[in-house]
Design a protein around this ligand. Structure first.
Ligand code: CP
Length: 316
């Protein structure tokens, strides 16, 4: 396996800043890796042997952190997980000092998740290591959008003209932002749907092909892909934005009645974690049209492509 030939970025900070060619390089690499992962021999390589990757997650994560760790290890790198709650951040050390100290240990790449939008961009300008954004506040989650598109493609979906409904807490969703940018770049049409209190100002400006609708029935009508998002209670700071969970579920949750409005071969997606019975009927989450666990599988392949690209580029 070799890094994409034309990759030119030292960091991956967002979908914003990537060209169509950058995206094609990553997705083609990840597609090949995904195919190899599904073979008995798996997709191990030594492409990053001798390299060091640090996972620095200031917010909790199951899928992203684990898949970055697996991705680095499957490429032969040494991977270390730093837990901020057990680090000197708890003693008042700044984010930048933390990064500088990790860099001093010759880290080649630092994968960072942070509650503050722009935190990865801030440190990227001040370190020699490659920075990979694993989710910054409500801003971007670029590897999630890439794995979402990889999953759609693996299900035979052609991006040009694809109708993708994204429903839920759009206001706080970095997944919606990265997907709106990436899907729009690739020619898909994006319908965003949220209650008023979870709708950002000017939602149509989130991507080049975004249309906003406040009714889930309209968002799902004729869709090829239905992507559900959870309510991000951790970003509400005690200010409730829904009356009752039951009412939300009735008005904005995906159930069989609503999904029947989508195309017959529409797939159901969710970045996880799912709040079962709130935004998504458990029967649909576990049903034949759900590709949620395939998204998780695709995440490892995408993160292998990203790590290889940014570290090989930094080395060249
Ligand atoms: N989709 C996603 O980012 O999941 P985690 O928070 O578990 O990483």
């Amino acid at each position: 396996m070799s890094a994409p030939a034309m990759w030119t970025h030292r960091h991956l900070l967002g979908i914003e800043g990537l060209s169509r060619q950058d995206v094609a390089l990553l997705l083609d690499s990840a597609t090949a890796t995904l195919a190899r992962m599904r073979q008995p021999e798996g997709a191990k390589s030594t492409a990053l042997r001798g390299k060091t990757i640090i996972n620095l997650f200031f917010e909790s994560s199951t899928r992203t952190r684990t898949s970055f760790e697996l991705a680095g290890k499957r490429l032969g790198a040494d991977v270390v997980n730093v837990s901020p709650s057990q680090s000197s951040v708890t003693k008042g050390e700044t984010l930048l000092d933390t990064i500088k100290n990790i860099e001093a240990m010759h880290a080649d790449a630092i994968v960072i998740r942070h509650a503050a939008s722009g935190a990865p961009h801030f440190v990227a300008d001040r370190t020699n290591a490659s920075i990979v954004n694993a989710g910054d506040g409500a801003h971007e989650h670029p590897t999630q959008a890439l794995l979402d598109v990889l999953t759609m493609r693996a299900h035979g979906k052609t991006m040009e003209g694809l109708e993708v409904a994204i429903v839920g807490d759009i206001l706080h969703s970095r997944v919606a932002r990265s997907n709106a940018l990436l899907l729009g770049m690739l020619g898909a049409r994006v319908r965003l749907c949220a209650p008023k209190t979870m709708t950002p100002p000017l939602p149509e400006t989130l991507g080049p092909t975004v249309r906003f609708t406040p009714r889930i029935d309209d968002a799902v009508e004729g869709a090829d892909v239905v992507m559900m998002l959870r309510i991000q209670n951790e970003r509400l700071a005690g200010n409730p934005i829904l009356a009752t969970t039951r009412e939300y579920s009735r008005t904005f949750g995906l159930n069989a009645r609503v999904l029947a409005r989508a195309k017959a071969d529409a797939i159901v997606m969710h970045p996880g974690p799912i709040n079962r019975g709130v935004e998504l009927d458990p029967a649909l989450a576990d049903g034949p049209r759900s590709v949620i666990l395939e998204q998780v599988e695709a995440g490892v392949a995408v993160r292998m492509a990203v790590l290889e690209a940014v570290i090989q580029r930094a080395r060249s």
